[in-house]
Design a protein around this ligand. Structure first.
Ligand SMILES: Cc1cc2nc3c(=O)[nH]c(=O)nc-3n(C[C@H](O)[C@H](O)[C@H](O)COP(=O)(O)OP(=O)(O)OC[C@H]3O[C@@H](n4cnc5c(N)ncnc54)[C@H](O)[C@@H]3O)c2cc1C
Length: 595
């Protein structure tokens, strides 16, 4: 029975994950790889050669690319067959998102269409709404968008003032208000628009067609990056929406909006992997070609450090994203199997993984920012040239920390979701936190070296990182109770710790599984990645924890917590210089991202 147990969201914090419950990208099937190859070919032939024209927003170009993507079947990968899709797993669609994530502005249009543009209708629409829109969204005959943000309602999405009023004959809702920052706004045919009916305090959702009377669009926003992605303000002036286009139930809009964003966040995690691998390949190719002081710059330790660190953070994101994707697929199968409403049950599965989704969004977007920033640096002056690819990668990356919920909001969400699950009794966070706290009293300042295997040791370190997180969560929530929400700096510290735990454990599980598949001799370089990551994570976690402890704990509790954190983050040293050099050398030998 244990074998078939599904992983629940957030469980990683309180339990060890068994290798058999972990998916690693090296296990992708032949069919998934073929879909990936189709995406690669599509990017190479249809998108990359046109990047300048896309960024110049050539009339009709992005829309035609969406149509072509539809013709290739890539808009319909995980949509059900009855609606013209291919019925493949969420994980398969994540793999496609990863590959297409290297497509700059195109990838934003693609993600918007296939994610937030299509899935609200797919998962919350009634049969006739799905039959009417999904097959046409699946082929790209229609393009989709998602309209939540307003001038006064960004992070505080429920503060929107767009109103919907039912006409006296009950046939239409009249929409009045304004949305902004709407991706695909320049060409979307169908939009999920969030508005409040009459004096409701919560949002409802509506399916709005571009041709409905009463809609106007501002010109394209001029943006820092993703310049080819269409972004518009949209105005609704007595816009007539047929009453049957209410999506879901009245007042269900906020739930729809948030659940769709959980899915969007984890997809963003996949996107950034593709973008990062591309930037790394460009970095290594340049470093292998550029000479200074009669030497290729790829031979300098300072450059090797950057290349290796780019790889490590990308590898971490990738390990975490595929681990979570498979868990989500299994949760979807389980919930849909038991429930009566396939769409809502699927979305509930995403909702259960809100913690992992937020982790992936924040960790992945910051990993990509690191990668592209160092790409600019590796290119030196040429990195600052608008003629070189590092320029576009750098500008296009930045948005990922802002949309799909800013990283500040997502960091808060990580801890909030953990506490909610603890309060519901789903995650025994307080119990485990208490156990960790009790353990501190009996700890010796210097413990004897342990006889243990390589993975056993790494697992122990990561278990201890979890204890650090749990003991902090328990003590801060007891200290602040309801006022904890005002302690954002401390919440951020905890959130950062949780992120490093998930990333470190995902790498450990992947490398251990890889070793079981390929043998120790063939995966040594992956052990280097794991060694460096865990070593760095220990000191980062210690720093975040210390920052938190000095911010809220005093006297004996402070001393106890400091003692605990010193112990829980104590690990053996690693020759990170040599490990990073080996990682960089593998990269320079292959002259492309190769992990
Ligand atoms: C290019 C682009 C495309 C977009 N596409 C879409 C789309 O397709 N559909 C859509 O609906 N929206 C879209 N958005 C909107 C996007 O989701 C919002 O910009 C984002 O949610 C942030 O809202 P805001 O811009 O109002 O910033 P604000 O909410 O005003 O935030 C400003 C700063 O304050 C911080 N902050 C806010 N509240 C808190 C808090 N409680 N605690 C701590 N810090 C806080 C934020 O993190 C941020 O750093 C897009 C935005 C851009 C730029």
């Amino acid at each position: 029975m244990e074998d078939t147990k599904i992983i629940t969201g957030g469980e990683f914090l309180v339990r060890e994950t068994d290798l058999k419950n972990v998916f690693i990208p090296e296990e992708l099937t032949e069919e998934q790889k073929m879909i990936g190859q189709t995406c690669t070919d599509f990017l190479k032939t249809e998108v990359i050669p046109l990047l300048d024209r896309i960024d110049a927003q050539e009339e009709g170009l992005m829309r035609s690319l969406i149509t072509k993507t539809g013709e290739m079947g890539l808009l319909a990968i995980s949509l059900p067959e009855e609606y013209g899709g291919f019925g493949r797993s969420f994980l398969t669609s994540m793999y496609a998102s990863e590959i297409l994530g290297a497509g700059h502005s195109y990838s934003v249009a693609y993600s918007c269409h296939t994610g937030i543009g299509t899935l609200p209708i797919m998962y919350y629409g009634n049969d006739s709404q799905k039959a009417k829109y999904i097959p046409r969204l699946a082929t790209g005959e229609l393009a989709g968008a998602y309209c939540l943000t307003e001038p006064g309602a960004g992070s505080d999405a429920n503060a929107g003032t767009t109103k919907a009023t039912l006409t006296a004959d009950g046939k239409y809702y009249l929409l009045n208000g304004q949305k902004m920052w709407i991706t695909n706004g320049g060409f979307a045919d169908v939009m999920t628009v969030f508005a409040k009916i009459d004096n409701d305090r919560v949002l409802s959702a509506f399916i709005v067609e571009r041709t409905f009377p009463g809609i106007t669009f501002n010109p394209e926003e001029k943006k820092m990056g993703i310049k080819g992605s269409s972004t518009r303000q949209i105005f609704f002036n007595d816009c007539r929406v047929p009453a049957e286009n209410l999506l879901g139930k009245r007042g269900e809009g906020y739930r729809i909006a948030l659940n769709i964003l959980h899915m969007g966040r984890i997809k963003l995690g996949a996107n950034v992997i593709g973008a990062a691998k591309k930037a790394i390949s460009q970095s290594v190719a340049y470093a292998n070609e550029r000479k200074q002081f009669n030497c290729l710059i790829s031979e300098f330790g300072a450059i090797k450090y950057k290349l290796a660190e780019q790889v490590i953070r990308t590898f971490a994101t990738e390990s975490a994203v595929y681990r979570a994707s498979k868990n989500i697929d299994e949760a979807i199968t389980c919930y849909v199997g038991k429930g009566e409403d396939k769409g809502r049950d699927t979305m509930e599965a995403f909702n259960h993984f809100a913690i992992e989704a937020a982790v992936m969004k924040v960790y992945g977007s910051e990993a990509l920012d690191y990668v592209v920033d160092e790409a600019v640096q590796i290119f030196g002056g040429m990195g600052y040239s608008a003629e070189m690819p590092a320029d576009r990668a750098y500008r296009d990356s930045r948005i990922n920390r802002i949309f799909e919920g800013t990283n500040e909001i997502n960091r808060l969400l990580v801890v909030d979701a953990i506490l909610k699950r603890a309060a519901k009794g789903v995650l025994p966070v307080m119990e485990e936190g208490q156990k960790a706290y009790d353990e501190i009293a009996g700890l010796k300042e210097h413990s004897d070296p342990k006889e243990e295997g390589y993975y056993e040791q790494k697992s122990r370190y990561i278990r201890n990182f979890k204890k650090a997180a749990l003991v902090l969560i328990k003590t801060v929530s007891e200290k602040f109770t309801r006022t904890l929400v005002y302690e954002q700096e401390i919440l951020n510290n905890i959130s950062d710790i949780v992120m490093h735990i998930y990333a470190a454990e995902s790498i450990r599980l992947r490398v251990q599984k890889l070793e079981a598949l390929k043998g120790e001799d063939n995966i040594k370089i992956y052990r280097d990645i794991l060694d460096v990551y865990v070593y760095d994570a220990a000191s980062r976690i210690r720093k975040y924890a210390m920052d938190a402890i000095y911010s809220f704990a005093f006297g004996e509790i402070r001393e106890t917590l400091l003692k605990g954190i010193r112990h829980f983050t104590c690990i053996e040293g690693v020759n990170v210089k040599e490990a990073r050099r080996r990682i960089a050398d593998r990269l320079t030998e292959e002259n492309r991202y190769c992990f």
